[in-house]
Design a protein. Structure first.
Ligand code: AMP
Ligand code: MG
Length: 316
């Protein structure tokens, strides 16, 4: 698995045609989305999907999100009720994943859904992701393009650092704009938040006209794979820090510095876009102990704190 040549592709139409040809031949290709880089495989091809799990070292019980070019393609995979239609109309393309009852004729590999009767779907907004999905012309299963349990990649070089030699290609489309994984909403029963992410919960609540129940409890993984320890840098991380203890690298937020700073102006959108790049940077400088300033628990701050809590959790 670790002796493959990994091609670094551009994001022009000829490169996307090459990437689509690799997917059609059953290969696995990393590509940029507005959230993080995904590691894509033909979602209908058991052997291709199995390679994604193998390359990442991902536990087989952790299902994958299926990426589609538009809502029409998504309706061929899952059953959409009125609520699903409303959320799709409001937020697709974009950083929102919907877990829906799968159609019996969907043709999706059981490895993708880990045999659940539900499927997680997303229509990404990134032009390179959309270009690849259009060139491929089918559903692409794609988890984040990083070794399982480690920090998600927001640049092609993060992907190369984690997976070179284990995947067929990386499409380089620059840095991801949102920088956090998608928000996941479960619609296979009472509507609930399965994972906070790149679409603020407040925007979804405004669309639904009421508060959203949360199942995003790190100790009770309702969404399989939402394990407590995840998204982890190699060092030990502490949150809500007012400053650095001796030997700690301090990650600030807002004015007041820090060895690194998520957003000197205190902007949560900027902090989200910077979070994983800074966590990768902490690995590069071999930070053994990390202290992170408090992040407000609103908007994208909820997803940032969710990722930091997992990064700070005891490693299992
Ligand atoms: P990742 O691709 O690493 O961002 O992880 C995708 C996540 O989507 C999984 O860890 C699950 O939490 C969630 N997910 C995918 N499919 C389902 C499903 N059918 N039901 C519930 N959660 C799902
Ligand atoms: Mg992931």
């Amino acid at each position: 698995m670790s002796d493959r040549h990994t091609r670094l592709l551009g994001s022009d139409p000829a490169a996307l045609a090459d990437a689509a040809a690799i997917l059609k031949a059953g290969g696995i290709v990393a590509f940029p989305t507005e959230t993080v880089y995904g590691l894509g495989a033909d979602a209908r091809d058991d052997r291709a999907v199995a390679q994604v799990f193998a390359a990442k070292g991902r536990p087989a019980f952790n299902p994958l999100i299926v990426h589609l070019v538009d809502a029409e393609a998504a309706r061929t995979v899952a059953q959409f009720d009125d609520l699903a239609e409303r959320l799709a109309a409001a937020f697709w393309p974009g950083p929102l994943t919907l877990v829906l009852p799968m159609r019996s004729d969907a043709g999706i590999s059981a490895l993708v859904t880990t045999g659940l009767g539900t499927v997680a779907l997303r229509v990404p907004a990134h032009p390179v992701a959309r270009g690849l999905l259009a060139a491929f012309g089918g559903p692409v299963a794609a988890p984040s393009a990083n070794p399982s349990g480690r920090v998600s990649p927001t640049t092609a070089s993060h992907v190369m650092a984690g997976l070179a030699g284990r995947i067929d290609a990386v499409v380089d489309g620059g840095a991801c704009g949102v920088g956090l994984e998608s928000t996941i909403i479960g619609l296979d029963g009472p509507v609930r938040l399965l994972r906070p992410g790149g679409l603020p919960v407040e925007a979804i609540e405004a669309c639904l006209g009421g508060p959203l129940d949360s199942a995003a409890d790190p100790d009770r993984p309702v969404a399989p794979g939402q394990l407590a320890s995840h998204y982890a840098p190699k060092g030990v991380l502490r949150m809500e820090a007012s400053g650095a203890a001796p030997g700690e690298v301090f990650v600030g937020f807002g004015p007041g510095g820090g060895d690194l700073n998520l957003s000197p102006s205190g902007d949560l959108t900027e902090a989200a876009a910077n979070l994983f790049r800074l966590l990768h940077r902490l690995d590069e400088i071999r930070a053994g102990r990390i202290a992170v300033a408090p992040i407000p628990e609103r908007g994208l701050g909820r997803a940032i704190n969710d990722r930091l809590r997992r990064a700070a959790a005891p490693r299992g």
